[in-house]
Design a binder for this molecule. Sequence first.
Ligand code: ADP
Ligand code: MG
Length: 337
Amino acid sequence: MTKTPPRLVLALLCVCALLGQSCRLGSDDSFVRIDRLLLGTLVQITVGGERKQAQLAAEAAADEIKRVEALTSFHASSELTEINDRAGDESVSVDPELAALIRRSLELSRQTDGAFDPTVGSLSTLWNFSGEKPRVPEASEIADALASIGRDRVTVDQGAAAVRPAEKGTALDLGAVAKGYALDRAAAALKRLGVEHALINAGGDIIVVGGKTDETPWRVGVRDPRTPGGVVAIAELTEGAIVTSGDYERYFESDGVRWHHILDPKTGYPATGMQSVTIVAPDGVTADALATGVFVLGPEKGMRLIEETPDVDGFCIDGEGRISMSSGAKSLFNMKR
Ligand code: ADP
Ligand code: MG
């Protein structure tokens, strides 16, 4: 039997949890909120300030997310798909912004010892989690895909804004950082327009600009991975991003096994032993990549990495539902269980 929960339903559940528990957005007239379906999820942009300016700023932030989506798409035709189509040929000249994002992703891959790896594209295609019919691939197909994975197979010439996957078959998939990057660019657009208080929620992954007011932080709920609509923790934030990766976001079940979309680049199969990982970082790309990377690394290695990484905190919920927290996370989160 296969079952893929619609992402939108999950996003709505997540957002309902947030609204119930935290910001009371929408009931406060000093904020404008716009909702858009972007990045395969419901994106809510809440901006404080004078109404007309806040509305314009929120629209500009949504445009920025749309632009990043077009730049990083793995499926629709984009500069990224052009790089993948021409793998093994010559370098592909791309927008310097995309080159920089790929370079940063390769760096984060090194930092996570390959647990987060943007070259998993051939594996993502094989499992097809975002398609109509995801399936468990044959072992031989997984072995072939694994042979095309590795950050050293991609070179980025930042000066020339050129990217080259060295071999045919190697494919870049920025799915694990695209949302984080979109949040970063959208927040930057808001700041450029003078916004001092805003929150952008992309299906539970959030970036904030300033607090809710000068005196009050934003209160952000983190979804309980096993209780739809339930909240496992509340964080109070005045700056930066909070991102959660979980085994409940995109999955199908077959023979009683939950096959979810976070893949271990070493085995080719969904990473085991975690239900969810929540990371708080100054920027969305770092939070997004580390949430995926820590999920793959598992509770011990993952939390050690977070402990060693400056300005980053978080917690994870392992396969048995046990919570491990970085030392800084203890003061950041109010745990609900
Ligand atoms: P979500 O997109 O649901 O927030 P993630 O940020 O964890 O979740 O990203 C998962 C997506 O990233 C997958 O759908 C796939 O495209 C890609 N991916 C899966 N495993 C990895 C990995 N180990 N490293 C990098 N990207 C991955
Ligand atoms: Mg991620």
